[in-house]
Design a binder for this molecule. Structure first.
Ligand code: ADP
Ligand code: MG
Length: 265
């Protein structure tokens, strides 16, 4: 049962109501609802196949809902996307790293929506890309092919793309997978800066310690939103058991879950 959170009018960044998404008639997300305000870091937690990436793809407009509505910054999704309000940092596995582009070009893609059809970067676009690459500490690697970066550097390149876009909502799909501890620390510092800037972040993660250490809110998902709201009230052992199919997990600050306990030996 979703726990409702208070939200201020005009402060709402993400509003998902009764969302359903199907792939070829098979339900991936069913009747999911949630609301997130500006300046929030929200964890998205659920087993493999629970619909985390599908929810992100619906929020990006990459998959068409079979029912329900999505609004971002109070606008219908297509308008919010035209305003470049939402950025997506995909799961590492879903990216073709052989694509022949360098880091600077990847980050410049975040500016495409702001450019004219010829996509000739203006000084303002170059400045936004430089600033974004500086913030993620990748300026020195700007000419390197994206496929020649480490896992953590690739994540940072996509974060820089989201920053260059100027997105107020950032969706990060398992951003900590395959990154070293230094990059993880840098990313968490960046996420906390983004929150201070009033951005709203949704972060899917299998590392439950992240939820309690820096996420204000949590969404627990298993096809539908089982519970969401303030981490302190929603992130309970009972709700985790519900989320992970009866598996008892302590909501301890050090726990890491097996994302698919059904496949455990
Ligand atoms: N492109 C697709 N075509 C068909 N089924 C899909 C597709 N993408 C995901 N699914 C299915 O939808 C469900 C949710 O998947 P997904 O959103 O990727 O879950 P998660 O990110 O939580 O692991 C799974 O059963 C998955 O197999
Ligand atoms: Mg996924």
């Amino acid at each position: 049962m979703p726990s409702r959170q208070p939200h201020l009018c005009g402060n709402e960044r993400i509003s998902v109501r009764h969302l359903c998404v199907e792939y070829h008639g098979v339900v991936a997300v069913h009747d999911a609802s949630l609301h997130l305000n500006a300046g929030t870091i929200c964890a998205l937690v659920g087993m493999n196949g629970a619909g985390k990436s599908t929810l992100f793809k619906a929020l990006m407009g990459f998959v068409r809902p079979s029912a329900g509505t999505i609004a971002v910054n109070g606008l219908p999704l297509d308008q919010a996307r035209r305003a470049r309000a939402v950025a997506y940092v995909p799961q590492t596995e879903s990216v073709d790293w052989n694509f022949p582009v360098n880091v600077h070009e990847v980050v410049m893609m975040g500016r495409y929506g702001a450019m004219n059809l010829l996509r000739i970067p203006r000084p303002v676009d170059r400045e936004a890309v430089k600033e974004a690459l500086d913030r993620v500490e990748l300026w020195h690697l700007r000419d390197r092919q994206i496929g020649a970066l480490s896992g953590g550097q690739r994540k940072r390149a996509f974060l820089a793309r989201a920053l260059a876009q100027g997105a107020s909502v950032m969706l990060l799909d398992e951003p900590f997978n395959g990154v070293d501890i230094r990059t993880e620390k840098l990313m968490i510092e960046l996420f906390e800066q983004f929150r201070r800037e009033g951005r709203t972040l949704m972060i899917s993660t299998h590392d439950l310690s992240h939820v309690t250490s820096f996420c204000d809110q949590v969404v627990l998902i298993n096809k539908t939103v089982l519970a969401y709201g303030e981490t302190s009230s929603v992130f309970t052992s009972e709700n985790l058991a519900l989320t992970f199919g009866g598996l008892r997990l302590e909501a301890s600050p050090t726990a890491t879950i097996d994302p698919d306990p059904r496949q455990a030996p």
